[in-house]
Design a protein around this ligand. Structure first.
Ligand code: 6CS
Ligand code: FE
Length: 300
């Protein structure tokens, strides 16, 4: 093996022509490098074994403030027709807004709070930057779910993220019940990389952010993972937060209740895991889905 081979070897090949076996994760989940921070030993242990942990982050009043801020953004006529605004496939209600940390100063300040930023640094063992941020509104009655996937599979294939050294923070802005489209996760599945079958079409993100068809595991893979690990659901009152590893297997069902399930998502990536060229896609996705400004975030 030459030096060039080592550099270009893809340790997580995906979007393949035919089914291939699972890959055992060799990368850490909680990375060494930043010992002190707000995450406690119990949280770090849960994150390591399950690939996620939860905490009470915002009080009800604070959650309400961010909810109102983001609902106003969804109603902003200037964002109509903008790529950052994704609509529900059938009802055409607002499904997501991307790059909310660029659109809202309140969100930008929130994610730089030491309680959040230092937590992310502790999990990833380095300085971090924001790879992606978005709010998923999951409106009542018409909110459609997200099929089973690993975010890292998409970010690796489509954005050139080398390793699963990223973590997502999901903050509930409305109460997350078991019945209004709450996120389901397979605890422990983050330790396995499940390659997906199917070539990435050009501009896949335009349809995948509405409804993902490429980069989803086969039903047999999901069945085997769930038989092995089971399913847990993220629920809690507005203001509850979930930290989940980039390779967690997760999904959500449709929301046919009257209660919206709106969550703010921020994806932190290690500055030592900056994006390269996509491993399995024809071109770069836009900045608002996959940022290429790798400057470390600093505290507020
Ligand atoms: O492709 C992406 O980057 C996005 N899609 C999904 C379904 N989850 C993660 C991420 O926001
Ligand atoms: Fe996801």
């Amino acid at each position: 093996m030459t030096v060039a081979d080592v550099v270009t070897t893809d340790r997580y090949p995906t979007r393949l022509r035919s089914a291939s076996s699972w890959i055992e994760r060799r990368d850490p989940v909680v990375w060494p490098g930043v010992r002190k921070g707000p995450a406690g030993p119990g949280e770090l242990a849960a994150h390591t074994t399950k690939g996620f942990h939860t905490q009470r982050l915002l009080g009800p009043e604070e959650a309400r403030r961010y909810r109102e801020e983001l609902y106003l953004l969804a109603a902003d006529s200037e964002l109509r027709g903008d790529g950052r605004l994704v609509l529900e496939p059938d009802s055409r209600e607002v499904r997501s807004i991307f790059a909310v940390h660029r659109l809202s100063e309140a969100v930008a300040a929130l994610i730089r709070r030491p309680r959040i930023l230092d937590h992310a640094r502790q999990l990833l063992g380095s300085d971090v930057y924001v790879h992606q941020s978005r709010v998923n509104f999951m409106p009542g009655f018409t909110g459609s779910g997200f099929y089973w996937h690993s975010d890292f599979e998409s970010w690796h294939a489509e954005d050139g993220m080398p390793a699963p050294r990223a973590v997502s923070l999901s903050i509930s802005l409305t109460d997350n019940h078991p019945f209004n489209g709450g996120l389901m996760l397979v605890p422990g599945a983050h330790a396995t990389f499940v390659p997906c079958v199917g070539e990435t079409p050009e501009d896949n993100y335009r349809s995948s952010l509405e409804r993902q068809r490429i980069g989803v595991p086969a039903e047999e893979d999901i069945t085997r993972l769930v038989e092995r690990h089971g399913i847990e659901q993220f629920t809690g009152p507005a203001g509850t937060a979930l930290w989940f590893d980039s390779n967690s297997m997760h999904a959500s069902g449709n929301n046919i209740t009257p209660y919206p399930r709106s969550n703010l998502f921020v994806v932190f990536n290690s500055v030592d895991n900056a994006l390269t060229e996509p491993y399995a896609a024809p071109g770069h996705r836009p900045e608002f889905v996959a940022a290429r400004d790798f400057a470390p975030l600093s505290r507020t």
